[in-house]
Every structure is written in C-alpha cells, then in structure tokens.
Design a protein around this ligand. Structure first.
Ligand code: BGC
Length: 891
C-alpha cells in the first residue's frame, strides 16, 4: 500500500489586478540588487502587437532620485512606494500584460518548470511559489547578467572557514583559523569567495553577527550583490530543543510537529539561518544504524505524515514570510537501508520495495512543497545517490515535479571517486551535476571542475544555467534579496515562552513499555507520593549534555533541566526525599559507584534508574553492532533489581535497544529517547501522573540484535510458524519453519505499541462496504472507497489519549504483500468510560501496491482491516475488491 499522498499544489493560473499591483509594487521595492544590472530593453509579443520596454529609460529616474544601492537596500518597502508611484504604475502595466497572457519571451521559456519539460511529462511543479512567472522573470534577468564564475559560485557551498578578512592571502596569517574540510583538502577563504560572488550558500555559520558579516560581503561587495543562503542542521530545535525526531514520531502527532518546527524556524531566522537541512525522512528498519534517531522510524505511512508536518512548520504557506525557512528533505534516497546498519554503507533493494517502503516520505515532503532536497551518501543498487539520474531526475523531477534545488550531502560529490564511479574530480563533477545535483556541499569540486568542463565542451552551459536558476528561484522565493540579514532580536538561549510546547512534546514522546502490578495490586506508575523516599540512580539522571541528543541545533547546556533537578523540586513540593547516586558512567567499566548506588536503593521506597546511551552513540556515524545498554549499565541494573526494591527503568536512547532482561525483571519501563530542553520536567510530570503517557513505538524493539532488520510490515513466508511456541527450541514437528532456534520471531515491543495509565478496548470493527468493483477501486484515486470504523472505549479510571491505528492486509494479489501495513492513525482523548467511534477512510492510496511494472495498482483481491492500539491489533473485518467477471457471476 502507499501512504496517502496529498494532491500536488497547482501553479497559480490567474493573477488578479490587485495581486498584480501588490506584486509589482513589492517587486519595485525589492529589486535593489537588480536595478544596476537591468538589460537595455526587453520585448514582449502581445496580442496587441510587440511591446518593448527600455529599462534604462524607465529605471534611472528612480535610481537618481532615491536609488543609491545602499539606501535602497536599507529602505523599507512601504517608504519606497511613494517614490515609485509612477514607475510602479508603469511596471504594473507591464506585469499586467505579462500575466494577462503576453509572456516575456525569455522569462516564459524559463518559467516552465523543469518537471514539465521532462520526457515523462507527468508531474506539475511541486512548489507553486517557485513556479511563479514573476519570480522567473527576476531569475531570468539576473542570470543574463552573470559570468560563468558567478554562476558557478551559486552552486558552491562552504562552511564558515573561520577567516577574519576577505582579503587574500589569509592562510597562515594571524587570527586565521584553518577551518578546512580535511576530506576534500579545500583551502578556500569563504569570506573572499562571498565578496567576489563565488559562493552561493554556507553551512555551520553560527550567530547573527557572523552570518551578517558574510552577508554584507556578498551583498555589498560582490558585483551582482546576490545574497548568500545560510543553511544549518536544525533538526529538533534551534535553541529550545524538543525531542529527537524518532521520539517525536512516537507522539503520532503531526500537528504538534508542525508547531515545533515552526518554532525552531522562528528562533533560527533571528540568527540569519534561512534553510534547514531537515526533515530527515529516511525509513530505518535496523536500529544498528545510528541515524535512526533522526527519522520517524520504520514505517512509510507514519514517515510521510511526519515529513509533511515538518515541511508545513518550516515553510508555512509562504517561503518569504518572516520566521519561515526553506526545508531540505534528506537524504535522498534510501540512506536508512544501509546494509548491516553500518553508516554510509550501500543499499540494494528492488524498485518495488524502494517505491513502496522507502520513497513515500520523500515524496510526501516534496509534494508538500519542500524547496530543496539533499542527495544522499549511499549508493542505491550500485549507483551513488549523488550521481543517480534515476532518483534525482526521473523520479524526483519527472514523476514528482520537484522544482526546487538539490544540494549534495557533505562532500558527497567528492565521494563519488571512493564509490569507484569516477576516476577524477572532473568526472565526479560531471556525473553529479548531470544527474541532478545542483549545489556541491563542501567537495570543492564544482568550483574547481565546472569551468574546465564548460570550456572544453564536456558539459553544456545549459546544465549549469538550469542549476543556477533553481538556486536563484529559492533565493528569490525566500525573500532573501529583500531581507538578506538576520532580523529581530537574536535568540541566543532557550526561550521561556517555548518551554511549555517542548515539554508537551517530550511528554507525548515517551512510550510506557511495561507497568506491572505490584503485590498491592496497583501498577508501579504513576508514582504514588506515599513512596516517601525516592532513589534516583544512573548516569543519565543528572546529565545535561545528553538530554538533547544528537543534532541538537545550538542548544545550550545551561538551559536544560535534568531529571535530578526536576525530581528535587517535586520532592520539595510533595514533602518526600530524593536520594541520588550516579552509579556508573554511560560507557563505564568500573563498578566503583555500585556500592553507593545500592546503599541509596536500599534506603528508598522506590528506585528510578536513568540508563541508556549518550547522545553521541546515535546520529551520524553512530552505528552500533550491539544494542544492549552500554558499558556496565546492565550489571548496575541487575544489582539494583536484586535489592528487591520496586524499580522504574527509564531508557534514554536514540534507537530501540535490546531490553529482554529488563522486560523479565523490571516492573516499569519507559522509553524517553532524548527529550530536549525540558527533559527533567517532562519526565517528572509523567512519572507522577500529571500526564498519562500516550506515545507509541515508531520502531520495533527487538529481543536480540540478530533479529535485525526487524519490522512489523514484513512479507509472509511459505513456512510461517503459525501456532508454534517459538519460545521453546525447535523439536519434532516444529523445526522446518521460518524461525530462529534461540529467540522468537516477534519483537519484544512491536511497532505502534505503548501503554497508558488508563486502558482502552476496541470492538465492532465495521466496514462501510464488503465489496468494491475493481473499476471503481481504480478510478478517482483521491476519493475514499470505503470507511473502516471501530468503537474505542476508555476502560480505565482516568482521562487519557490513545493513538488509534488502522492496519490493512491485501491477500491474493499478483505479488506478495506485507502481513499488514499502517494506513491510518488518530490521537483520541477519552474520559473514563467514554466510547467513541473512530473512522478511517481507505482509498486508492491506502489499498494500492506497486506491481511488477512498478506502477501503483489495485487488483481483485481480499483485504483484512484491523483497528487497534498497536501493530498487533486483533479486531478485524474483511472486504473484497471484485473483478467484472466475479460481479457477473454473482448475478
Ligand atoms: C550529514 C547531513 C548534514 C550535513 C551538513 C552531513 O554529514 O549527512 O545530514 O545535513 O552533513 O551538516
């Protein structure tokens, strides 16, 4: 099945006069860098005959009156309207003629989005703003003024090189930090490149002062005054940090994700950052891969929902609105399927699997309007993603209509040589740019190789021009030309007003994995204040740095609330006592701290153990071959459990860990990921029951690392071990099945699983239809074909939220289908005893699959639908899609 893909956004077909005037007036005010390089004249063929505008006659009066570039650049648009009243009127007429169907010749050609020129010709432009003809006219005018060197500059991206001056020579001089990229051995001075129009964008340039310094060089000193675009890895917050994306996915709450990502964008733009290398939407089914932490887990449907949510939050309804940023969907494509979970490793899979399980989140992000895409490090079926025309051109632009630009991952162009598909930098460059990589991040290849490739005729100029257009479109659309500098008061620390939202996000992200009843008949959680002496033990209990996880933007340690701090405050309020011992290090080997930890445990009524990984154990280059608790934490856990005290185990991690022993011996276990700035407060709120946990696992937790890759929507086998007790080793009659000899097949905690302090029941799964004619199923692809409904009841004694999930299986198709796939979810809050019908519309997107021609289709088959609280949901109903012959047979 494919996830629900929203309709592509259509380009705006009409322009009303009021819009034209507004646009024209704004364009006049905003044309500061362009004024000085307007062409002599431009001709239009109109229905009323040829029309030529002599720009030099039209513009100079404006320039002479008020248009010293510096003045212009710093003058608010509103003020300019007065000065440009007359000229604005003239411009309006021109624009009106253009939008009334009389296209400027060059602009009209360029305005055709690349996707529309693609041979498959299928898709419409993914982002309507980037397809705006007025924006295209600006791109066209600018492009015509650019030298080859300036064009290539737009395709080049560097880190802040740490230089203090744009004047050469800088290397080795005092005050110069050699912030180079050792892999590519570049020795550039990014300041010099910016000042000479040979740099298009930057990454890792921190703070408003620094971005403004660079921007002034580009805007004031370069010949064409084209602003730089500053990108950053703002993945789960800029200064106020929310849970890592894997944790956020556990909330199954896309609206919340949108709110958070917009908050991050608002914070980061105050530092001049206008482009996020996010969302990371790589599907990952193998937690050995450390970057699992950056995505939404193993499922395409959930991944696509999260992808859309991030794009909405970052880009809003307009790239140019203050506080919005351009997104970069990464890493295209299938990077998360790295063989054996080893970072940067190759991926190899059928096209059906690629389309069905890995591409949907990228596609959802592109169709939601993502302005840029990042090409991945990995190869896919033998072709590195950063030189893969099938991915970057046929699918991305041809099929999906992507009309933003593609940036390579860090040195990915250079790495084409290590992949063995290019013997020299020139070939790597040619392969990358012709495949569809527009911007070279850090390889130092485009700037050094493109001039020669163009001059020798090995690369057509049109390829460079098209890449530059794509970059300029985004720069114009983001409003960078009008507002190149950091704006507003720079956010340099966590924002107090943002804390409640990131705390809520953390609370929603926690997944209660186990909550056994104790001898008194009550579950251990929520903690009773009657447990007067609380022991807090573990290396993550009072560890600020590790609360915010990998890729934590520019989060400050000082802003973070640890669990120890929050519980100390709680103890004060409740009149209880908090005892604390670190016990061991995260990756420790000495047991020196165990004695103190046990002393503290023995003196307490309940023990809270804060164990898990450090931030650095996941994220980029964070692959692990073992998924156990690191260091000697398992020994600490066993020693504390042996004390006989009731234990609440909190797991901080960027991936599913193997918790087999804990599941057998610890009454309460909660996965808290890396919760962010408000970590301690959020955990305390959930532990004490102010909030009931509602998170559900976005990835299966294995029993043993040898089960990986383990995911719920596996394909069936010819020998399913149905009805066999897999907890016992194979014996007579139970061996020759698809099974392990030493561990059950199932996950310890499956996808979609998570407990609450309340409980929920599901009954009466009903379908609005029991059969659907095939012809109807194949028509009207965006309409629901039927609706599945279940009655969900809160059977507990407190109000709580449940993530209701809908799974579908298709049996009898021409190729095998997963045992079940998520095709809908909804967060539902119910009071004690309250029941609600919860419905899921199922249409072509939910019921179709990719056939041997790699096309989505529906066949005459049987479907089973489950609705429940995890991927093990058991309440089901069935329906059929029936062929015409079957229908005839019925009559
Ligand atoms: C990572 C990307 C990141 C880029 C820029 C690369 O190493 O793979 O995810 O956006 O660096 O920091």
């Amino acid at each position: 099945m494919r996830e629900l893909l929203s309709q592509p956004i259509a380009p705006r077909p009409v322009c009303y006069v009021s819009q034209v005037i507004e646009k024209a007036t704004c364009a006049m005010g905003c044309m500061n860098p362009m004024i000085t390089f307007l062409p002599l004249n431009t001709s239009w063929s109109t229905e009323r005959g040829p029309l030529t505008v002599h720009w030099r006659e039209f513009v100079p009066p404006m320039i002479s009156k008020c248009c010293q570039r510096e003045v212009f650049a710093n003058t608010p648009v509103a003020g300019l309207r007065v000065n440009f009243r007359l000229h604005g009127l003239l411009f309006c007429i021109v624009v009106w003629l253009v939008t009334a169907g009389c296209e400027p010749n060059a602009a009209a050609r360029a305005a055709k989005p690349a996707s529309m020129q693609h041979p498959t010709g299928a898709a419409r432009p993914s982002n309507a703003q980037l397809a705006d003809p007025i924006l295209e006219a600006r791109v066209d005018l600018l492009l015509r003024r650019m030298t080859l060197e300036e064009k290539i500059g737009q395709l080049v991206q560097y880190n802040d090189t740490g230089d203090v001056s744009p004047e050469p020579p800088t290397r080795g001089k005092q005050g110069v930090i050699a912030a180079l990229n050792p892999e590519s051995g570049n020795h550039v001075n990014a300041m010099q490149l910016a000042a000479t129009g040979r740099l298009g964008s930057m990454l890792n340039t921190i703070g408003a002062e620094r971005t403004n310094t660079y921007q002034h060089l580009a805007v004031d000193r370069s010949r064409l005054h084209i602003p730089l675009l500053f990108g950053a890895d703002v993945i789960h917050g800029f200064r106020t940090i929310y849970p890592v994306p894997l944790g956020l996915a556990a909330s199954f709450d896309p609206e919340l994700v949108t709110e958070l990502s917009h908050m991050a964008a608002e914070e980061a733009t105050t530092a001049g950052i206008r482009w996020f290398y996010s969302p990371m939407v790589d599907i990952s089914r193998d937690p050995r891969w450390g970057r699992t932490v950056e995505g939404a887990g193993e499922d395409a449907y959930l991944g696509a929902a999260m992808a859309r949510a991030y794009i909405r939050g970052y880009q809003g309804d307009s790239l140019s609105k203050p506080g919005n940023v351009a997104a970069s969907v990464k890493h295209f494509a299938a990077y998360g399927a790295a063989e054996a979970g080893r970072e940067y490793n190759k991926t190899d899979m059928s096209e059906i699997r690629l389309r069905q399980d890995y591409l949907p989140p990228y596609r959802a992000a592109v169709e939601a309007g993502a302005a840029t895409v990042m090409s991945a490090f990995n190869s896919l079926n033998g072709v590195p993603s950063s030189a893969n025309p099938f991915l970057l051109t046929s699918i991305l632009r041809g099929e999906w209509g992507f009309n933003g630009f593609v940036v390579s991952d860090y040195t990915a162009v250079m790495e084409l040589m290590n992949h063995g598909i290019a013997l020299d930098p020139a070939t790597a460059t040619r392969k990358a740019i012709t495949a569809g990589v527009d911007v070279d991040m850090m390889s130092h290849f485009y700037d050094t190789q493109l001039p020669g490739l163009i001059k020798s005729g090995q690369l057509p100029m049109a390829v460079v021009d098209e890449a530059v257009r794509r970059v300029l479109r985004v720069k114009f659309a983001t409003g960078l030309f009008e507002h190149p500098y950091a704006e507003g008061v720079e956010v340099t620390a966590a924002v107090a007003a943002h804390r409640p939202l990131v705390r809520q996000a953390a609370e929603e992200s926690f997944v209660l994995l186990q909550n056994d009843k104790l001898a008194d008949g009550a579950p251990l959680l929520p903690l009773s204040p009657a447990r007067k002496r609380v022991a807090l033990i573990g290396p993550l209990a009072d560890d600020k740095a590790d609360m915010i996880g990998a890729w934590a933007g520019a989060g400050n340690e000082g802003d973070i609330v640890t669990l120890r701090q929050a519980l100390a405050q709680r103890a004060q309020q409740l009149g209880t006592t908090l005892l604390y011992s670190q016990g061991t290090e995260i990756d420790g080997s000495t047991q020196a701290g165990f004695a103190e930890a046990l002393e503290v445990a023995n003196a307490a009524d309940v023990v809270i153990l804060a164990l898990g990984e450090s931030s650095a154990m996941s994220g980029e280059a964070g692959s692990r071959a073992y998924l156990d608790l690191p260091g000697n934490q398992q020994q600490l856990l066993e020693a504390v459990v042996a004390s006989g005290k009731p234990v609440v185990l909190l797991i901080f991690s960027g991936r599913p860990l193997v918790l087999d022993w804990a599941a057998k011996h610890v009454p309460a276990i909660m996965e808290v990921w890396f919760p962010g700035t408000e970590a301690g407060n959020a955990i305390a709120n959930v532990l004490y029951g102010d909030v009931s946990p509602s998170g559900k696992l976005p990835m299966s937790f294995p029993r043993a690392v040898g089960q990986e890759p383990l995911y719920y929507n596996q394909f069936p086998t010819g020998r399913p071990p149905t009805g066999i007790d897999l907890s016992k080793p194979p014996g007579d009659g139970t061996r020759f099945f698809s099974r392990y000899m030493d561990v059950p097949n199932s996950a310890l905690f499956p996808f979609g699983y998570g407990l609450s302090y309340s409980s929920f029941s599901y009954k009466d799964v009903e379908l609005s239809k029991s059969s659907i004619p095939l012809a109807q199923a194949l028509s009207g692809q965006s309409l629901p074909l039927l609706e599945a409904t279940a009655i969900v009841t809160n059977t507990g004694d407190r109000t709580a939220t449940e993530v209701v999930q809908c799974y579908v299986r298709n049996l009898g198709a021409s190729i095998e289908q997963p045992v079940r796939s998520l095709e809908g979810f909804r967060r539902v809050t119910l009071a004690p005893g309250e029941s609600k019908p919860v419905s899921f519309p199922l249409g072509f997107n939910e019921l179709s699959f990719f056939n041997l021609e790699n096309k989505p289709t529906i066949e005459a088959t049987h479907y089973t639908v489950w609705i429940g609280g995890s991927s093990s949901a058991s309440q089901e109903a069935t329906f059929e899609v029936v062929s015409p012959s079957a229908i005839a047979g019925l009559h």
